[in-house]
Design a protein. Structure first.
Length: 148
């Protein structure tokens, strides 16, 4: 004697409607409240909700008067609140970067190479962008002081 499995009528209706929707090229709605507002990557990893960054990233390029990148320029980031200074020496491409720059502090950044110096560029605590770009052009020291 065979045992019969009895399915509730509601389950048969749900399976039938899902089959009809998939046959029509539509996706059956997900009524599970636990599945709402979740993002999933193709790999099945769940993402965390985007949080506001707590620090910002400062980067840019040091160039000479002919707009060529400068290898070996010394870029100094000055914390106007504590007077701390961080330095970065540029590579062949003239790029520099500083991570973990606080939002609630004013900074200034300046580049030097041999006898040339750039104008001092400010980073304001009121600028709330997490990605700050400052291009620094080296000049003769007398021109840099005049802000040219």
């Amino acid at each position: 004697m065979r045992k019969r499995l009895a399915l509730p009528v509601a389950a048969l209706v749900a399976v039938g409607s899902a089959a009809m929707l998939s046959a029509a090229g539509q996706q059956a709605p997900d009524n599970n409240p636990g599945h709402q507002d979740r993002s999933v990557f193709l790999g099945g990893h769940k993402t965390k909700k985007d949080k506001a960054p707590t620090t910002r990233y400062l980067h840019g390029t040091v160039t000479d008067e002919t707009n060529q990148p400068v290898n070996g320029a010394l870029v100094t980031l000055h914390n106007d609140k504590t007077n701390d200074k961080l330095t970065f020496i540029t590579k062949k491409d003239g790029r520099y970067h500083f991570d973990d720059v606080a939002f609630n502090v004013d900074y200034s950044v300046q580049a030097r190479f041999k006898k040339e110096i750039s104008t001092e560029r400010k980073i304001s605590q009121y600028d709330n962008r997490p990605d700050v770009v400052r291009m620094l052009e080296l000049q003769d020291p007398s021109e840099a002081k005049n802000g040219k």
